[in-house]
Design a protein around this ligand. Structure first.
Ligand SMILES: *[C@@H]1O[C@H](CO)[C@@H](O)[C@H](O)[C@H]1NC(C)=O
Ligand SMILES: *[C@@H]1O[C@H](CO)[C@@H](O)[C@H](O)[C@H]1NC(C)=O
Ligand SMILES: *[C@@H]1O[C@H](CO)[C@@H](O)[C@H](O)[C@H]1NC(C)=O
Ligand SMILES: *[C@@H]1O[C@H](CO)[C@@H](O)[C@H](O)[C@H]1NC(C)=O
Ligand SMILES: *[C@@H]1O[C@H](CO)[C@@H](O)[C@H](O)[C@H]1NC(C)=O
Ligand SMILES: *[C@@H]1O[C@H](CO)[C@@H](O)[C@H](O)[C@H]1NC(C)=O
Ligand SMILES: *[C@@H]1O[C@H](CO)[C@@H](O)[C@H](O)[C@H]1NC(C)=O
Ligand SMILES: *[C@@H]1O[C@H](CO)[C@@H](O)[C@H](O)[C@H]1NC(C)=O
Ligand SMILES: *[C@@H]1O[C@H](CO)[C@@H](O)[C@H](O)[C@H]1NC(C)=O
Ligand SMILES: *[C@@H]1O[C@H](CO)[C@@H](O)[C@H](O)[C@H]1NC(C)=O
Ligand SMILES: *[C@@H]1O[C@H](CO)[C@@H](O)[C@H](O)[C@H]1NC(C)=O
Ligand SMILES: *[C@@H]1O[C@H](CO)[C@@H](O)[C@H](O)[C@H]1NC(C)=O
Length: 535
């Protein structure tokens, strides 16, 4: 498509404004982030996992199609962490003939059961998605002696399900134990429970789990197979310090594969939370991720944790399952792109976006309920854009130093904008611009035509030629439907989540990279564009 046609297409939008020229290095800058394979991954609420995955008689093919779409872009399907708050409520009962029995106590949560038992059929859900690797979350929170017995009873079932077809990624014991002394949903440890108490319990119970594995799945007990993500703290500044846990010997047995931390950019009912101020705001993302970057930097100096990959085992926009109108909007999808790529650029090496049935921030709702309709939700399109931008990283595992792909943040002066560069084998491949300036299409009559910003880039002369442009687009930041990536819809209604090319969205655009390596790309407010270079 010629430049003039692009401008014609964009002429339905408002006035153009131009930024300064942005220089992008042809090779990755020092410290550029190296994502692990499956960088865009998911965390699924323990109690919701059967809804998302289905079971052997009724596998959830819609979910599987959405996971395949991401796998096709990156060479590896997303890793699935099964866990969250309900992981520490879940009590196994081997006599139960259904996957779960949950009781919602509305004074504690209206979103998920706070009393939960699960039975052997639960583990069928690990068999419905081919070529997918999982972590299974064991209960550490409930520590009555019957709950401890139930934990050990569950282990043979977990290993029977995960010990085949390469399904097991790692295990996890306990979700956000740094809130065990303070949780509003029930305090499960005394005030004198310290980092050392946590470490002692964690080492003791992972040892007991290993003993059970010896009996039922002994080939999962080797040093390269019996591994965990930990400590899975809610963040920094809670009642336990993650750094102290490593100093106190959390990895004394060498049993940890990933350092896992959790992050939410804000809370669903926190006063003052807005789309523009909280989500579509790069400064906010930088300030929030700074906690994890400090933790990662400090841990790099500690025996035991040094050299382990740092991941977000659970993250999403607004804690307490998201806010309607914010977390389910296209603006949240743009936030997700900026947040994920900022993590990637700073060596947070995998991000598990948290999901649960009826949650407002979901990438997709896996089943029809009376609270939410089955479907692909706006944030999924952000996941797709991130996966497409990062490209194939299937060689980058936690135990190799493959560096074929790296991601760099390109600093911009306006906090409502962000830009990133992707490198393959040290050569510049792609540039992403996320224009997070809010455009509310439902207020179009007062907001006027949608403004467009022109971004001028300077790249190496070796990139001269035509570069294709792919867009993450919707009518505005408040759109919750009608979202496309590069003209593709992944909606449930069209082909059960598989990509469908829409004929009413412009595709095939390109920009000309001049012989001096300069080019410009127009990006409407509240949208993102990737320029695919050939350097
Ligand atoms: C996407 O992945 C699925 C599952 O691996 C595979 O069956 C399908 O052929 C792939 N599609 C493309 C276009 O690569
Ligand atoms: C386990 O489930 C069975 C079958 O529903 C039930 O009879 C039994 O009471 C349960 N056990 C416990 C400890 O709750
Ligand atoms: C499998 O899932 C279907 C649909 O949710 C459900 O009706 C059925 O009871 C489940 N089977 C088992 C063994 O849990
Ligand atoms: C919540 O309600 C249950 C009864 O459904 C009650 O037993 C419990 O004490 C209540 N918890 C809180 C924290 O209010
Ligand atoms: C539960 O945790 C408390 C505090 O760490 C500990 O004193 C108690 O022994 C634990 N109970 C069991 C059954 O492990
Ligand atoms: C675990 O091993 C024991 C002893 O071999 C066996 O009886 C039991 O069925 C196994 N459990 C599972 C879930 O496979
Ligand atoms: C462990 O043994 C089981 C049963 O023989 C086999 O199916 C599985 O692939 C093995 N897993 C690993 C990780 O070696
Ligand atoms: C912690 O407090 C409990 C009572 O809540 C007490 O039984 C226990 O001995 C205390 N542990 C330590 C290490 O002080
Ligand atoms: C964006 O976030 C920064 C840092 O938290 C904050 O100072 C600023 O006010 C936010 N911008 C808007 C428009 O709210
Ligand atoms: C991170 O560490 C730096 C240097 O120690 C400190 O100045 C900063 O306040 C810390 N930021 C956060 C968010 O913890
Ligand atoms: C590295 O990790 C991958 C994926 O988890 C695994 O397949 C492979 O066997 C591991 N290699 C070594 C040398 O441990
Ligand atoms: C584009 O086509 C899709 C699928 O047919 C439809 O849902 C959507 O409303 C159309 N968009 C516009 C702007 O016409």
């Amino acid at each position: 498509m010629a430049k003039s046609q692009v401008l014609l297409m964009l002429s339905i939008f408002g006035a153009l404004s131009t930024c300064q020229t942005i220089s992008v290095s042809g090779n990755p800058p020092a410290g550029a982030g190296i994502p692990l394979e499956g960088f865009v991954s998911f965390s699924i609420e323990f109690s919701s996992f059967p809804d998302f995955a289905g079971n052997l008689s009724q596998p959830n093919t819609f979910s599987n199609n959405l996971l395949n779409n991401l796998g096709n872009l990156t060479g590896t399907k997303p890793f699935i962490r099964v866990g969250g708050n309900t992981q520490d409520y879940a009590i196994f009962n081997s006599s139960l003939d259904v996957a779960t029995v949950g009781i919602i106590q509305p004074n504690l949560s209206t979103d998920y059961p706070t009393i939960l038992t699960f039975g052997p059929p639960y583990f069928e859900s690990y068999a419905t998605w081919p070529d997918t690797r999982f972590s299974h979350g064991f209960n550490l929170g409930r520590n009555s002696s019957s709950a401890r017995d139930a934990l050990l009873d569950s282990v043979p079932y977990a290993c029977a399900a995960l010990g085949q077809d390469g399904r097991l990624n790692v295990w996890e014991l306990g979700n956000e134990p740094d809130l065990f002394k303070t949780s509003a949903q029930g305090i499960v440890r005394p005030a004198n429970w310290t980092e050392q108490s946590y470490v002692d319990e964690w080492l003791y119970w992972t040892g007991r789990i290993k003993e059970v594995l010896q009996g039922n799945c002994s080939n999962l007990t080797t040093a390269t197979e019996y591994l965990y993500m930990a400590p899975s703290f809610a963040g920094t500044g809670n009642s336990l310090d993650p750094i102290r846990t490593w100093e106190d010997g959390l990895d004394n047995n060498g049993g940890i594969e990933y350092i896992s931390s959790h992050n939410y950019i804000g809370g669903a009912t926190q006063p003052g939370v807005t789309l523009q101020g909280t989500l579509m705001n790069h400064s906010m993302t930088v300030a929030s991720v700074a906690h994890q970057l400090n933790e990662s930097r400090l841990l790099a100096g500690i025996n035991g944790s040094a050299g382990l990959p740092f991941i977000l085992g659970e993250t999403n926009s607004l804690y307490n399952e998201g806010a309607p109108g914010l977390s389910n909007s296209f603006g949240a999808a743009l936030w997700g792109v900026d947040f994920n790529l900022y993590c990637a650029a700073n060596n947070i090496r995998r991000v598990h976006m948290h999901q649960g049935t009826n949650y407002r921030y979901d990438s997709w709702q896996p089943i029809e309920t009376n609270k939410s309709s089955i479907g692909t939700k706006a944030p999924y399109y952000g996941n797709i854009a991130v996966a497409a931008f990062i490209g194939n990283v299937s060689g980058n595992t936690a135990n190799t130093t493959a560096q074929n792909t790296s991601i760099a943040n390109i600093p911009l002066s306006n906090p409502m904008e962000a830009a990133y560069a992707a490198y393959q084998d040290t050569v510049l491949q792609r540039v992403m611009v996320i224009n997070m300036q809010q455009y509310n299409y439902s207020n179009a009559s007062t907001e006027g035509p949608r403004p467009v910003t022109t971004y001028g880039f300077q790249v190496p002369e070796s990139c001269t030629g035509n570069a294709s442009v792919s867009r993450l687009m919707a009518n505005g930041s408040d759109a919750i439907t009608g979202i496309t990536w590069d003209g593709l819809s992944y909606n449930y209604e069209l082909m059960n989540g598989m990509p469908v090319r829409l004929n009413n969205v412009t595709i095939g655009e390109s920009v000309a990279v001049g012989t001096n390596g300069s080019f410009s790309v127009d990006v409407p407010h509240s949208s993102a564009a990737v320029v695919n270079l050939r350097c």
